[in-house]
Write a protein of this length. Sequence first.
Length: 197
Amino acid sequence: MTRPSVIFVIGEAGVGKSAVGKIIAREKNYTYLDKDTATISLTEQYLGESSPTKNKHDRESAFYLDTVRPLEYKTILALTLENIELGNNVVLTAGFELEISDENWLHTNLDVMKIRALADLKVVLVTVDQQTLLNRLITRNELRDTWKLNNWDAYLKQVAAMKIKWNDTDFTNLNFDNSDALPILYNIKVNNLIKTL
């Protein structure tokens, strides 16, 4: 029996992870999981009722980062594992901003260790140019992006610092430039990505 594949589609907010992840899942007929879809309703309820600021859109507070965010990732990894145990290939879309900066995370997180024992891991890091990023954050008009837009230079530094520090023998690493482009050029880029997966 062929081992299933898990594709983490990762990147900062506004780069178009979900759009890329859905294309991959549709073209390859994989199960699609999205962190925001799976957790946003519970996250916003929890933040609104329990965070010190009572701000359901605050994704920069220590309360979110230390208390809520770990629960979000535990949830989506559990959903991924459940699908892998059923033999399904999975595309999982989430930022993974903190996780990729921990070079030992693949070997210390129990959920991802279970996933890797059963499936081959591929990671697609989605990036865009600065103008595309700004346009998309403005266009999607989400309150959770307020800090990013109000602290644009700081956010750009955060985006630029996003590097995968995991051992490259533990996964297949792919990069995808999701910057705005003419449809014909974008389709070529997408088709090349699908072929490599």
